[in-house]
Design a protein around this ligand. Structure first.
Ligand code: SF4
Ligand code: SF4
Length: 394
């Protein structure tokens, strides 16, 4: 079955939706306020109708911890789908890459192409910086100040900082961030096991690889069938290390596997990997090789699925185990964190006020006595229209 039409557009669709969501999020309103606003200067966080004050920091920590453990659990169960399709580094690298491909198509003159590319990259990077700062200060007021050329020094600093980071990471470092800088990538081996899906090449079907005349059917149609695992891995090793194993023997066309050795999967890989050599720690499960091979196999009239996203245990024909010790441990921690967050949320909704800040001062009076004053600022939660503040001195 050819699932190419919708499958090949899925990564682009996901990237577009996620990038659009990032840029749209600060513009969403909730009860007349910015729906998602981490207002650090006023020490107030608005999360879709829920207002958190400094006294509510426990809930925020629980939410962040639950998100981190949730991501680890997702990676353990579903592989590196986050890295390959949803991580900001992947999204912006993909966007910058698309821009580069377009400018190369539009302009043949290298200087003009480079100039246009960097202008477009700079515009994207600056708008990303504005949007990012818009999560920390009301974005409509920020934009108003920018239009009137009256932004504060800190706003200029952070916009330029995030713009430079976006430009550098998306335009130059790209996937090098994944291989050298990202700490989450270093955790991947600890989160994966034989039941975690990853991108795999089906060597018993694809080997021995080689070009062949058109019209020769797939191994299934020719009746050659699948090779045993050891022979298939031997061919993979010979192809990957000719300097050690010597040149690959020549095979009759009807003994060849389904890999036509077109290298489309290698050219498509943003990490420069050859998936046929076996799973690699740098593989992001981005599916670029899968889609490229899918196209090639479909055009050759073969069944698709020579490269597939599946667990090694499943590829070896063993049954799938959804619940493993690491799964249960991560699930347990996640449940505890969610319950903790729910308890804190219930406490916040019960309480009518939260301490926002205190200050203390003392001074010497004319009669040489020492006097002091403590100022306690509290906010009274009045839902849904916002909060009021009261200052108490004694
Ligand atoms: S081998 Fe390359 S193209 Fe294939 S999923 Fe991994 S990173 Fe993507
Ligand atoms: S794209 Fe498929 S057929 Fe072509 S070299 Fe890669 S695995 Fe072989």
């Amino acid at each position: 079955m050819n699932r190419l039409p919708w499958l090949s557009h899925l990564p682009t669709l996901l990237t577009t939706v996620l990038l659009a969501s990032f840029h749209a999020l600060p513009w969403l309103r909730w009860n007349g306020r910015q729906a998602l606003l981490l207002d650090l200067s006023n020490r107030r966080f608005d999360l879709f109708g829920l207002t958190l004050w400094p006294g509510d920091v426990g809930l925020l920590i629980s939410l962040l911890a639950a998100a981190a453990v949730g991501l680890a659990l997702f990676t353990h169960v579903a592989g590196r789908l986050w890295c390959g399709h949803a991580c900001p580094q992947t999204l912006w690298s993909t966007l910058f890459n698309r821009v580069e491909r377009c400018t190369r198509r539009w302009l043949r003159h290298p200087v003009a192409e480079r100039t246009l590319r960097h202008v477009l990259w700079a515009m994207i990077a600056l708008w990303t910086g504005v949007t990012f700062v818009g999560f920390f200060t009301p974005i409509d007021a920020l934009l108003g100040r920018l239009v009137q050329l009256r932004p504060s020094g800190w706003e200029i600093f952070w916009i330029l900082f995030y713009a430079a980071a976006t430009w550098g990471n998306g335009g130059f470092l790209r996937r090098r961030v994944c291989t050298t800088l990202c700490p989450f990538a270093r955790f991947q081996p600890a989160l994966s096991d034989g039941h975690t899906p990853r991108m795999l090449y089906m060597a018993p079907r694809g080997e021995p690889r080689g070009a062949r005349p058109a019209g020769l059917g797939s191994v299934a149609r020719r009746g050659r069938g699948l090779l045993d695992g050891t022979t298939a891995q031997d061919y993979v090793f010979r192809a990957a290390h000719p300097e050690l194993a010597g040149p690959m023997p020549r095979f009759a066309f009807d003994r060849l596997g389904d890999c036509i050795d077109c290298a489309a999967c290698v050219k498509a890989c943003p990490m420069g990997l050859d998936i046929r050599n076996g799973p690699h720690a740098d593989c992001l499960s981005c599916a670029a090789c899968l889609l490229a091979c899918h196209r090639v196999q479909h055009d050759a009239g073969f069944d698709t699925g020579l490269i597939r996203f599946c667990a090694p245990e499943r590829m070896a024909g063993r049954p799938r185990r959804l619940l493993r010790p690491v799964t249960l441990a991560l699930l347990g921690v996640l449940v505890v964190l969610v319950l903790l967050g729910a308890w804190q949320l219930a406490r916040i909704q019960r309480e009518d006020e939260s301490a926002v800040g205190t200050s203390f001062a003392c001074w010497t009076m004319p009669n040489c006595s020492i006097s002091n004053a403590t100022s306690l600022v509290t906010c009274v939660r009045s839902r849904p229209s916002g909060t009021s503040r009261a200052s108490t001195r004694w």
